[in-house]
Design a protein around this ligand. Structure first.
Ligand SMILES: Cc1ncc(COP(=O)(O)O)c(C=O)c1O
Length: 441
């Protein structure tokens, strides 16, 4: 096999993440280039990006400003120690980020991924209660079908069985809210479903069981992505907020996919007008180009740590690459690109066109539900009896052959295109999907 980088070479050594390795290596799918809305495959085909990479390339691909910023930074200051030393761009980026964050969230802790942002937020929550003199608040609450990355804290509060069942007892002291997917009542809803807002009241039951004095934080994705796009029922997030406030429990929104414009506002917190105490982000922060995450923290939480002798470290946590110079340069250029092109609110302009296009697939073969919000869409298929996930995965393979990148989770097709998408791309995406669905076995 060739070692050239534009054709598949020996595929054996690389154990691919979240991939059917044996299937892939028999029938590889390789991207060798990308520009704006398209990837180029190793056999020279253009593939329309219906997923912004992995929900991260919100400004599309190979955007000049971001590329140049990375190139320049690599030649100017490649690395600076993240502990007890600084460099200007990390501070500049933090300032630009809090400018777009909800009011009162004026502090940012840098990480390298969504998973690390989640771990960081959970640790801040526990430590916050400790510094406030409420160290008995150690319990964490997540939600069934939630995805919060792959580290131990994240899979403990997460609610995806396959991500949990192989890994022992996980964190202790974790409870889960019920998920909000109610297909019998909410199928084919545009935007927020009518039914299920009262499921937030389950938090009262959990609090009553353990007593509020033991509960540190609740973490939820405002829109759950990885388990097939679950959009919060009307009023649900506000009720969660109210119950958390009533009991002194911190509310964390995991906005790793909803952050940076996906719903038509910079963050889902603004879209739903519900303010959490922390927001976890990554992905769109650098347009997916360089690994970087950030946890946005309320002023109250941050300020609670800023006590004691000034020569002492206030919070024993951080990463070698927290606020890395090249990632910071990429983040700054990404935010500039978003601002210049109005991308943090563009999903709101396209919302109804996107919804009409997606829901036009209602009569396509196998479709049992369609859900959408902002520039997110989900098409749920009836699974093949006894072979869950197979039908959707076949659709993924066929769509790729037909020049469209989609993502599937279970038997749901999840869509999250770059926010630069044009109406003509939406038409192409939906037409291709219609063919794929109607030809699927
Ligand atoms: C809501 C949410 N949280 C956390 C993560 C984990 O992010 P990463 O893969 O960067 O660790 C993801 C990734 O898809 C996500 O969707």
């Amino acid at each position: 096999m060739s070692d050239a980088t534009n054709v598949p070479n020996d595929l054996n050594a690389f154990w691919m993440p979240f991939t059917a390795n044996r299937q892939f290596k028999k029938q590889p799918r390789m991207f060798v280039g990308a520009k704006d809305m398209h990837y180029t495959t190793s056999d020279g085909r253009e593939v329309l990006d219906g997923t912004a990479g992995l929900w991260c390339c919100n400004a599309g691909h190979c955007r000049p400003k971001i590329t140049e910023a990375i190139q320049q930074q690599a030649g100017e200051l490649d690395y600076a120690p993240a502990f007890q030393m600084g460099h200007p761009k990390a501070f500049q980026l933090a300032n630009r980020l809090v400018d777009v964050a909800p009011d009162g969230m004026d502090h940012v802790f840098f990480t390298n991924s969504g998973s690390e942002s989640v771990e960081t937020s959970l640790k801040i929550a526990l430590a916050y209660h400790k510094v406030k003199g409420e160290g008995s608040r150690t319990r964490l609450v997540g939600r069934e079908r939630g995805y919060h990355g792959v580290n131990f804290g994240g899979i403990s509060v997460g609610g995806i069985v396959a991500n949990r069942k192989m890994f022992g007892t996980l964190l202790t002291g974790v409870d889960h809210l019920p998920h909000t997917h109610l297909p019998d009542q909410n199928a084919f809803t545009r935007g927020e479903p009518e039914h299920g807002g009262d499921l937030a009241d389950e938090l009262e039951r959990i609090v009553a069981l353990h007593d509020a004095s033991t509960v540190a934080a609740v973490i939820v994705e405002p829109v759950a992505g990885s388990t097939g796009v679950l959009i919060p029922p009307k009023g649900y997030l506000k009720r969660l907020r109210d119950i958390c406030t009533k009991h002194g429990i911190l509310l964390i929104f995991d906005e790793v996919i909803t952050g940076f414009g996906r719903l038509g506002s910079p963050f889902a917190a603004q879209h739903f007008d519900v303010m959490p105490d922390m927001i976890t982000t990554a992905k769109g922060l650098t347009n997916g180009v360089i690994p970087m995450g950030a946890v946005f923290v309320s002023n109250e939480i941050h300020d609670a740590f800023m006590n004691g002798p000034e020569h002492l470290i206030e919070f024993f946590h951080g990463y070698t690459y927290s606020g890395n110079p090249i990632a910071s340069a990429a983040g700054l250029a990404t935010l500039e690109t978003y601002a210049e092109e109005g991308l943090l609110t563009r999903a709101a302009d396209l919302d109804s066109y996107w919804a009409d296009a997606l829901h036009s697939l209602k009569d396509a073969k196998h479709v049992i539900d369609i859900r959408n919000i902002g520039l997110i869409g989900a098409i749920e298929l009836e699974g093949i009896a006894g072979e869950p996930t197979k039908r959707a995965f076949s659709c993924f393979l066929d769509a790729y052959e037909r020049g469209l990148l989609i993502r599937t989770t279970g038997d749901t097709i999840a869509l999250s295109p770059p926010l630069i998408i044009e109406k003509s791309h939406i038409d192409q995406l939906v037409d291709t999907l219609r063919t794929v669905l109607n030809e699927a076995a």
